[in-house]
Design a protein around this ligand. Structure first.
Ligand SMILES: *Cc1c(COP(=O)(O)O)cnc(C)c1O
Length: 396
């Protein structure tokens, strides 16, 4: 059996996205800035896509700026909010310890430029606490940036409450909603969001396209100098095929959100219940505030990397949710922020589902993972060492 359970890394493109993309790779080749019919045709399509994306977020079309990816939207939003803050003499930013590197590395750069950043702790369950955010707010705070849904452990932050607090204090609020848009209801109006980043390839659109929502009252500065595209703020001829595909994918996700959420979270809950039966296993994240498709576990006594390799051999595509990919053996900053010791954070497994997964696949995962974990433990010196201090949970 083959199971793709790494949808937090990227998703398969949907039929709807591919169908929307095809004409743009054929007849619809005009440059939207051209005045002739081919240009107008492309421009109408682009306007339609912008309207569709705006509608899904409860925003206005002029508040949507298409970008090359979610990372770009994060960079743009944060550097821009910082620039606006500095203009007003405010150089303090609040974020948290489990943000994506697109946010964390942008903040690091700003710190080098003289901004000070408070990183809120997330506690054992991976959630920021409102009272701690409130206590961290200062008269010179210009921006709060807290992600909507975490990509490793799936925690859903109290976005609406954070937004309300920021609005009350007159502080800009940005959220990296890359793991939320297309997966859970997102309403920039009701959720009190000023700026929001999203990325197409996390909801069945192609790679290489994302968007920034920026509330119309914010005087956003140009990010890429050039032509008049994206209201002059991001020059460069629009990636029409990718943008049309993203709009189609998002429309489809939003139209089927309720049924998708029900199907995906039922699979998630079955996975969590099944994996919890493995001895010395820990489910990461919060039981109640959790994205429908993200499951994160740590298994004591084994290496996440070996687990992944074995699962790959069994046809299961998963992830460790750790930064090991870059060759470093450091466990993920997200798992460490939960207070997990290094040796436990090393044995992590992230399974991320989409509406394309099935219960049969979940059953297959639940058949494979416990076996693989057991086999790896039998060969693990760390596990053997642990057995000196505890009863062997595998003893018949
Ligand atoms: C994937 C991801 C990003 C980056 O999006 P790209 O389009 O791949 O640049 C940012 N934040 C989160 C939470 C993500 O999961």
């Amino acid at each position: 059996m083959f199971v793709y359970a790494d949808n937090a890394a990227t998703t398969a493109m949907s039929r709807a996205a591919a169908d929307a993309m095809l004409p743009a790779m054929g007849e619809l080749y005009g440059n939207p800035s051209s005045l002739h019919q081919k240009g107008r045709e492309a421009n109408y399509a682009l306007m339609g896509a912008r309207e569709a994306v705006a509608k899904c977020l409860h925003a206005e079309p002029r508040e949507i700026y298409f970008t090359g990816c979610g990372t770009e939207a994060d960079n743009w939003a944060i550097t821009e909010a910082a620039r606006l803050g500095a203009l007003a003499g405010k150089k303090h930013i609040i974020s948290d310890a489990i943000e994506h590197h697109a946010v964390l590395h942008t903040l690091k750069k700003l710190e080098k430029q003289g901004f000070s950043v408070t990183y809120l702790p997330v506690h054992e369950n991976g959630l920021v606490r409102l009272e701690e955010l409130e206590a961290a707010l200062r008269p010179d705070t210009c921006l709060v940036t807290v992600m909507f849904a975490n990509n490793e452990i799936g925690t859903l932050q109290p976005i609406r409450e954070i937004g309300a607090l920021c609005r009350e204090r007159g502080v800009l609020f940005h959220t990296d909603a890359v793991q939320a848009v297309g997966h859970v209801p997102v309403d920039v109006e009701a959720d009190n969001i000023d700026m929001l980043s999203l990325s197409g390839h996390k909801f069945h659109a192609p790679k290489g396209v994302g968007a920034l929502y920026c509330k119309k009252s914010i005087r956003l500065e140009n990010f890429i100098e050039g032509g008049a595209q994206e209201r002059g703020k991001r020059g460069g001829t629009e990636a029409i095929p990718a943008i049309l595909a993203m709009a189609a994918a998002l429309q489809e996700s939003c139209a089927h959100m309720e049924e998708n959420m029900a199907h995906i979270s039922a699979m998630r809950d079955k996975l969590i219940a099944g994996l919890s039966r493995i001895p010395n296993a820990r489910c990461n994240g919060d039981p109640d505030h959790r994205a429908p498709g993200i499951v994160s576990f740590c298994f004591e006594g084994i290496e996440g990397e070996s687990l992944l390799l074995r699962l790959d051999l069994a046809g299961i595509c998963a992830s460790s949710g750790s930064a090991c990919t870059s060759g470093s053996l450091d466990p993920s900053h997200v798992l460490l922020a939960l207070g997990l010791p290094h040796e436990i954070a090393h044995g992590s497994l992230r399974l991320s589902l989409s509406e394309y997964n099935t219960m049969e696949e979940v059953d297959y995962i639940l058949q494979q993972v416990p076996e693989v974990v057991r086999t790896l433990r039998q060969m693990s010196p760390v596990w053997l060492h642990m057995l000196e201090k505890m009863e062997d949970p595998y003893k018949e």
